[in-house]
Design a protein around this ligand. Sequence first.
Ligand code: NAI
Length: 533
Amino acid sequence: MSIDLLREPLRNRGTAFTTEERERLGVAGLLPPRVETIDEQVARVLANLRGKASPLEKYVYLSGIQDANETLYYRTLIDHLEETVPTVYTPTVGEACLRWSCIYQRPRGLYVSARERGRIGAVLANWPRDEVAIIVVTDGGRILDLGDLGANGMGIPIGKLALYVACAGIDPARCLPVLLDAGTDNAAVRGDPLYLGLRAARLAGAEYDAFVEEFVAATQARFPGVLVQFEDFANANAFRLLARYRERLRCFNDDIQGTGAMGLAGLYAALRITGGRLAEQRLLFFGAGEANIGIGTLVAAALGREGLTLAQARERCWFFDSQGLVTRDRHALAEHKRTFAQDHAPVAGLLEAVEAVRPTALIGASGQPGAFSAPVLAAMARLNARPIVFALSNPTAKAECTAAEAYRAAGGRAIFASGSPFPPVELDGRSHHTGQGNNAFVFPGIGLGVLATGCTRVTDEMYFAAADALAAQVGAQDLACGRIFPPAARLREVALAVATAVAEAGYAKGIAAVPRPPDLAAHIRQGMYAAAY
Ligand code: NAI
């Protein structure tokens, strides 16, 4: 039926269907008479959006637009990235996940639950499009820093893919968000009468691995060569799954590898202000999970490029977790922490660790708000002319310190970045603009570069390339106001630059399937979805 066209978000143009199209497609009279341009439609969306009282209402409203007319949704995002990204992505997506069971209205993406074990291929066959090129999948195990949210985690793959489309110009028809419902150990979530996921304990051990394996195999059978991005898996699973699949298929773990590139880029940009070399830094990582181990691993590899041995490089990277400084004498250290364990006496408190390590940079990815206390920040300010402080935990309420706390403690000398956005801080007549240290600056470009060139794997070199390209996108004007990441408004340009660098890395490694075009950036740009009718 013709009215079905108006209910299909990828094809619907709503009031932008011309009179001739309305006649031809049999939708005349099903729309109000006025024919609008997409810009007029965007103006209406913005007027409504700005009238919403809360961030969650904005999220729900924009989701409604996405379900009605994806071209309009993406046009709005692309033209207003700075305004809309905090709604469709962090921080508001965190609140959306917490309230998912309540705000759920229409299906989007695939829910693959443990109940479907043995026939996951048939579930994937239900997806109506064959052209899927990228899957973002979570099992809801560690959603931002909100813990195990089970099936409520679906907001994350949807949000990440919205950025793939808006920032990297991946065609929305090629994107598939997936929630792997392995159960949840969160009693509050399971006990919520509105909860939409399986009310069962999380699968663990071999059963869990077999579930993921069946899913991964089914993705490759249904969509051969599809790029799989693992997102917000708890760290007990994330490192193992990455190790298992990274050589087998086109995949990456954004929390580990994407964050690694973002963190390294942030450090390179910060060093353009402080003037030092990476090899001269001492880094203290607060939190030794996926995010910080990802950054530490890439930093250590980058130090290798500067001529340090791996052992020397790791000596520059100190980690502090819930048990204190990560030292060799600690028992039962998880594998991913062991390589960074230092020969040092135990240190239980962060302030003591700062005094002992004397770091030039303090990098938080721990989900512990307030952990960078006034004395910790004051010590960083005393030890460094320009202390580098990253509070990367998401959403905003989980940041290790606020922007204002970081700048005030150092009399405005801090070089600060945070995972979720903070407004500018006025201090002593100066305006300090915080850079958003978020892997949104990395993963869209990684996906775009890999897909545009048909690279068969996502390699470590691509993350170096992404870090260098992102750091190069930070302009003198950004640095002048203290910002070491580009503003969100430039996410699309950044994605193209990262994609081009990633593609170059793929050609250098000989893993690209598409013959190298003479102008790589132009080739990638011309393939980007533009959200136009
Ligand atoms: P994770 O669960 O793998 O690691 C958390 C780490 O924090 C663990 O090492 C844990 O021991 C440590 N920790 C917990 N309590 C602590 C305490 N009281 N003192 C010291 N350490 C403590 O989590 P993951 O994936 O590393 O994420 C951590 C945070 O980083 C989350 O808030 C996440 O949203 C954020 N993140 C931000 C990204 C960005 O782009 N800005 C990207 C990825 C993660």
